[in-house]
Ligand binder design. Structure first.
Ligand code: KG4
Length: 326
C-alpha cells in the first residue's frame, strides 16, 4: 500500500505546532512553538495574545516542519488542522492557514477534533495499539472517559460537570503560589509531601466528574491556614484526584468489559496518576510519551490520517468550533 503523509496543524490554545506523520504512526517532524513564557506573567492564557502569536509563528513553524521531514508540500497527502474545541481566535489561525495551503497545493483538507488528537498520541507511542479501548482524557479544557470503538468512532461515557481536571491543577498551583502552568509544579511538589489532609469527593450515579468542590476545598484549607505544608496539600490533592479517577474508570471497565485503558491529555503527564493507573490489577494501561501528552501537531496528524482513511473530506467552508464535541 502507498505510504500516506499527513501534515497536522495545531493552534487551539497556546502552542503553535505543525507536524508531518507517516501512516498515522511515525513522526517525521513535530515542531512546537510554545507561548507559555508569554502567558506566564498573566497567570493563564490570554486569548487575544494567543491568536496574535499564532499568526506570527505559523508560517515559520510550517516551514521548519517541512524542512525537518525533508519533504515538500507536493508530497503531502492531506492537510489536517484542529478545528475545535479550543479558543476560537487561536483555532481560526491554524484552520485558515490550513485552508490556504490546501487550496494552494490542491490537497485534501481533513479537519480534526483536538480530543481525537489527544487519543491518537497513543497510536504514535504504541505501534500495536488498536481500538477498542477506554480512554481517560485529562487536559486543561476536558475531562472525559471515552469508549474508543474504532479509529473514528467514539462514545463519551462520563465527563466533567464543571471544571476540567487541568483547570483544578492550575488553580491549586496558583493558590499555593506555584505559578502557571500549575500541573507540573503541583506534580513536583507533591513528591515531597504526605497526603495527610482530608479533601471532599463528589460522587455521581453515572461516570461524570466534578472538580470544583475539591478545588474550593484546597483554596479554603490554604486561606484558613496559610502556614500549612504546601507539599502535603499538593500530595493530598493528587491522592483525592486519583481516587476520583479510578472510581469512575472502574465503573467504565465493568460496564463495557474492556480491560485496555489509554491515558490522554496534558494531565496524563502526572507521575502520581500514571503510577495509580499502572497499579490497576488485570488492566492493560497505555500512556503517551511525555512529550506527546501536551498539545502537539503530531497527534493531530495521526488522527487526521485515520479521518482521511475513513473518507472524511472538508471544504473551505469548514469553521472553527470552540465547543466541538467528539
Ligand atoms: O492537553 P493540554 O496540553 O492542553 C489542553 O488541550 O488543554 O493540557 C494542559 C494541562 C494544564 O492544565 C497543565 O497544568 C496540565 O495539563 N499538566 C499537568 C502536568 N503537566 C501538564 N497536570 C498535572 N501534572 C502534570 N505533570
Amino acid at each position: 500500500m502507498k505510504d500516506i503523509y499527513t501534515l497536522g496543524i495545531e493552534s487551539s490554545c497556546d502552542e503553535t505546532s505543525v507536524a508531518i506523520v507517516k501512516n498515522g504512526r511515525e513522526i517525521l517532524s513535530n515542531v512546537i512553538d510554545t507561548q507559555i513564557p508569554i502567558h506566564e506573567k498573566y497567570g493563564g492564557v490570554v486569548p487575544e495574545i494567543a491568536s496574535r502569536n499564532h499568526i506570527e509563528a505559523i508560517s515559520r513553524v510550517t516551514k521548519k516542519a517541512l524542512e525537518e521531514a525533508n519533504m515538500t508540500l507536493e508530497q503531502i497527502d492531506a492537510i489536517t488542522p484542529t478545528y475545535g474545541p479550543g479558543l476560537v481566535g487561536a483555532l481560526l489561525v491554524g484552520l485558515s492557514y490550513a485552508k490556504a495551503l490546501s487550496f494552494a497545493v490542491n490537497k485534501p483538507l481533513v479537519g480534526v477534533n483536538h480530543i481525537q488528537g489527544h487519543i491518537a498520541a497513543n497510536y504514535i507511542t504504541y505501534a500495536e495499539l488498536e481500538p477498542p479501548f477506554l480512554c481517560m482524557m485529562m487536559s486543561g479544557g476536558n475531562t472525559q472517559i471515552i469508549y474508543v470503538k474504532g479509529y473514528t468512532e467514539f462514545e463519551v461515557l462520563g465527563k466533567t460537570r464543571d471544571d476540567a481536571i487541568g483547570e483544578a491543577f492550575d488553580k491549586v498551583a496558583r493558590v499555593v503560589g506555584l505559578g502557571y502552568p500549575g500541573g507540573p509544579k503541583v506534580d513536583k511538589l507533591a513528591l515531597e509531601g504526605k497526603p495527610t489532609i482530608d479533601l471532599p469527593k463528589t460522587h455521581f450515579e453515572n461516570m461524570d466528574f466534578s472538580f470544583s468542590g475539591i478545588k474550593t476545598a484546597v483554596i479554603n484549607v490554604h486561606h484558613k491556614n496559610p502556614e500549612i505544608n504546601k507539599a502535603d496539600l499538593c500530595a493530598s490533592f493528587e491522592k483525592t484526584i486519583v481516587e476520583i479517577l479510578i472510581e469512575n474508570v472502574t465503573k467504565a471497565v465493568k460496564l463495557t468489559g474492556i480491560k485496555t485503558i489509554a491515558l490522554a491529555g496534558g494531565v496524563s503527564a502526572n507521575k502520581f496518576i500514571r503510577e495509580a493507573f499502572l497499579n490497576l490489577e488485570d488492566i492493560k494501561v497505555y500512556m503517551p510519551d511525555l512529550k506527546l501528552c501536551t498539545d502537539n501537531a503530531a497527534m493531530i496528524a495521526s488522527a487526521g490520517y485515520y479521518n482521511y482513511l475513513a473518507g472524511k473530506r472538508d471544504g473551505l467552508e469548514l469553521n472553527a468550533i470552540p465547543n466541538l464535541k467528539l
